[in-house]
Every structure is written in C-alpha cells, then in structure tokens.
Design a protein around this ligand. Structure first.
Ligand code: SF4
Length: 323
C-alpha cells in the first residue's frame, strides 16, 4: 500500500488503485496523477471572477481546470468536471511553457488554477507556477483548502494569492455537505495568512437551511477576525440549486444582507456579496471613501493610489499596481 498525503484523506492505495478524488493513483512507491497534465478548460477570466477583489483589480487571469475533486459537495456547480475521473474523460494537454506563452500572448499578468480543486493535480500546478514565476507572471489558486500539512509548503511555494472556500463553520456541516472536515481548512487559512506578501481572500456560499444560521455565521466571522485579521476580504455568495441539491432554493437576498451586517459587526473591513447583481465597492475602512467601484465584473479604481486610500493614506490590503 502507498499513502497519498496531498490531502487529509490520506488514501492508502494498492498498485494502480485510484484515490477518492479520482485524479491520483498508486504507481510504484508513489501516488501520482492518473493522467499527468490533463486539462478540462482554459479561459480568459476577469480576476474578479475567481473571486479576488484585492489582487490587481481589472486584470485578467488565464484560468485552467482539470478533473476530479477531494471534496463531495452536494450542490457542486462544476460537477461535470469535479466528479469525472481523468481516466474516463477527453481532456487536452498543454505544457507549462505553452500555458505561459498563452498568458503572455493575451497580456495576462496571472495564471489561475481553478474550476476544479487544484491541489489534486499538484505536480502540474507546481511546474506551471514555477515557469510562470520565471516569466514574471503571478499565480493564483481557487481551492477548498482541504490540504495535508505535509504538502502545504510545496503546493503554495509559487502561489501569490488564493481564494479559499470556507464552506461553513461546523464540523457537522462539513461532514454532511462536503464529506470533509473543518479543522484542516482552518489550518490552511492560517498557514496561507502567515506567508509574507501572500494575498488571501475567503468565500462562503450561503446555503439556505444548511449553513446560514446567524450563530454559525457569527462564529465564522469572529474566527476570521481573530485568527486572520479584519483585513482579509470575505465574499458571501448566493447558492443556486445544482447537482444533488436541486431541492434547496436560491439564497434570499435578506440572508446575504444579514450575513453582510454580521460580518461587518464582527469587524471585517472588506465584505462582498457574490452571485447577485449588487454593487460590491471597496470602501476605505478608515475614512469610508470609495476606493474601487464594481458592478458585476466591471471595475473602476476611483480612490486608490499606490495601495493607499487617496484621501487618508490608509494602507489597503492587497496587491494593486500591475507588475
Ligand atoms: S489527493 Fe486524492 S488520492 Fe490523495 S489523499 Fe486526497 S483524495 Fe486521496
């Protein structure tokens, strides 16, 4: 048996056996990708779509996805690729050098590892991220943060920013909705926040009747403020019925507005509402001047100069001047 330590599932695999994520299998004395370097999609996305609102706003990210996932969320909106095994799908391949060349050709300052969980195709992400850094490009990851402590350092060595899905704030919810555990995700968040210069943002999808109780949200927001700091941007997103959760309704706007109020009451400075047509401006936490106006993925910088509020000179969390 060979054990995979990419994520806390620690799958013990017999020769040729595939792990729970569907993306890795045992070969010799290692657990490696079933189909190395296979991709399901490549698109040019606004960086705000990741969502990352504090990482070079208004720029685009060359966004890549592969197949499989180490979580089993009932409402997964990408289940066509997250529940597909790399072995049984028709993807396509590009080398890290070709991906970097594409990013340069389209004037993208950033490569994003997204659409499905990037940590399960770690080797390709690491190789591409290194090539991107050598070409002076940025790397961002969109992840559920369910990462084994033994793999964190290598996985994030060349990643500059991440949006981590904090899917709820009780162990019961994590187990029943995702088949995973809460604590490793919190550990990943603290680890990423400890990396100097790393840009961390968090998304919580509010699912009616599942993870949207005020007491649960208050506990989450208090934990973020205390353990990560009030400057970490938080995206509160509306749920839409999908996959095995078509019986659950869309998130009412009142739920989003209540969560927004609770997050600000907990002291969080940058709270954004997602999956709804509502303005999501960035406001200076010191003098309350509007810094960035947003509607959908349209971004207009109006009150920010060299990463500071142009009115009161307050330092604003994030990376702002495009390299
Ligand atoms: S990454 Fe995949 S194979 Fe490795 S421990 Fe997690 S689920 Fe198992």
């Amino acid at each position: 048996m060979t054990q995979c330590t990419i994520c806390p599932r620690e799958c013990d695999l017999k020769e040729g056996q595939t792990g729970a994520c569907g993306a890795r299998h045992a070969a010799g004395d290692k657990v490696v990708p079933v189909v190395p370097g296979i991709l399901s999609a490549i698109h040019l996305d606004p960086i705000e779509k990741k969502p990352l609102n504090h990482f070079y706003p208004g720029t685009t990210a060359l966004s890549l996805g592969s197949f499989g996932c180490n979580l089993f969320c009932k409402g997964c909106q990408n289940h066509e690729i997250s529940r597909a095994s790399a072995k049984d799908t028709s993807g396509f391949r590009m080398s890290p050098a070709q991906i970097v060349a594409q990013a340069k050709a389209y004037d993208c300052p950033t490569i994003a590892y997204t659409y499905n969980e990037p940590i399960i195709w770690a080797e390709f992400v690491e190789e591409t991220a290194l090539a991107a850094h050598e070409a002076h490009l940025n790397n961002v990851m969109v992840t559920a943060g369910y990462v084994h402590e033994k793999s964190r350092e290598k996985l994030f060595a060349h990643i500059d920013a991440a949006n981590v899905d904090l899917k709820g704030f009780t162990e019961d919810f994590y187990q029943s909705w995702t088949g995973a555990h809460l604590q490793p995700v919190l550990d990943t968040l603290e680890y990423l926040n400890s990396i100097p210069g790393f840009c961390l943002e968090i998304t919580t999808l509010l699912i009616p009747g599942m993870n949207d109780r005020s007491s649960e949200l208050e506990a989450e927001f208090a934990w973020i403020t205390e353990h990560l700091g009030p400057d970490i941007p938080l995206h509160l997103s509306a749920f839409h019925p999908d996959y095995k959760a078509t019986n659950i309704p869309c998130t009412p706007i009142e739920t989003l507005l209540n969560a927004n109020r609770l997050a600000k009451a907990a002291g969080l400075h940058y709270v954004y509402l997602g999956n709804v047509r509502i303005a999501s401006d960035t406001i200076c936490p010191a003098c309350h001047q509007t810094l960035i106006k947003r509607m959908g993925y349209m971004t207009q910088i109006v009150g920010l100069k060299d990463g500071k509020c142009s009115q009161c000179n307050h330092d604003i969390y994030g990376k702002w001047n495009r390299p």
